[in-house]
Design a protein around this ligand. Structure first.
Ligand code: UDP
Length: 242
């Protein structure tokens, strides 16, 4: 599989269909594997977070989540077929889940959100097995219980929605112990599924403006937009310096 180096992180040049196929292979392999969804903000963060960078480079699949990641690959003269948004990847996997008997555990977000997301999943994908949920607000003392809960429910796919980089670091620290075949850091996906946060309208997604929609809806996130010009600048520096 082709991987494109963006700011030192190897991002897989995959379509949605290829990403889904790869996840299916990882589930079948049964060895604990991490799947990451790399957007511009995450990639920029790796320039000053070496731990996150090495976690991403050890992941079995890093999908281009976001217009910024696809743009970066193209600016560097590489092939990157399409955007594979984490929220869309999760939905595609959930659609296949009943037929393939894949079981999901939803971990993260505010209390009640993962349960609402589970109900939505059952409505959208009848027959899907959500074997457990747990909110993402916990202390170090709660961790053994959380780990035991996930382990004993034996999911095939663990969705961790703790935000970047907490979810990636938590998964890297615990995935071998958890023994779940595929763990994915999914950011705000459970909020979107639960209906607590709206996804941008399709025309805005197509116009590559989902980031703008999110900032408009949650002004507290607007400050995070400064990452975008910084990301563009860093990618350009990478291109010039080779
Ligand atoms: N979150 C959590 N525990 C924390 C911090 C955050 O469960 O300690 C959740 C938060 O409620 C939200 C998600 O993590 O559902 C982060 O969403 P965001 O859209 O900010 O994701 P990112 O852009 O960081 O991927």
């Amino acid at each position: 599989m082709e991987r494109v180096d963006i700011l030192g992180v190897k991002v897989d040049a995959v379509t949605m269909a290829q990403a889904v196929e790869r996840v299916a292979e990882l589930i079948a392999a049964r060895t604990p594997s991490m799947v990451a969804t790399a957007n511009a903000e995450m990639l920029l963060r790796t320039t000053h977070d070496a731990e996150l960078k090495s976690i991403l480079n050890a992941a079995k699949l890093v999908v281009p989540d976001g217009a910024g990641t696809v743009w970066a690959a193209h600016h560097l003269g590489k092939r990157m077929p399409e955007r594979v948004a984490g929220a869309d990847l999760v939905l595609e996997l959930m659609r296949l889940a009943p037929a393939r008997a894949w079981k999901f555990f939803l971990f993260g977000s505010a209390p009640g959100i993962a349960d609402k997301a589970a109900l939505k999943a059952q409505e959208l994908c009848p027959g899907i097995k959500i074997v457990g949920t747990r909110n993402g607000y916990f202390t170090a003392e709660d961790e053994p219980d959380i780990i035991a809960q996930i382990k004993h429910s034996r999911p095939d796919v663990l969705l961790a929605a703790l935000g970047v980089p907490k979810q990636e670091k938590w998964l890297a620290a615990h995935m071998n112990e958890l023994g779940v075949p595929v763990s994915i850091g999914v950011g705000g996906t459970l909020d979107v599924m639960a209906g607590a946060v709206k996804r941008a309208p399709v025309w805005m997604q197509r116009a590559r403006l989902e980031w703008l929609f999110r900032a408009m809806l949650q002004p507290s996130r607007a400050g995070r937009l400064v990452a975008l010009p910084k990301f563009v600048w860093q990618v350009h520096k990478q291109k010039v310096n080779g």
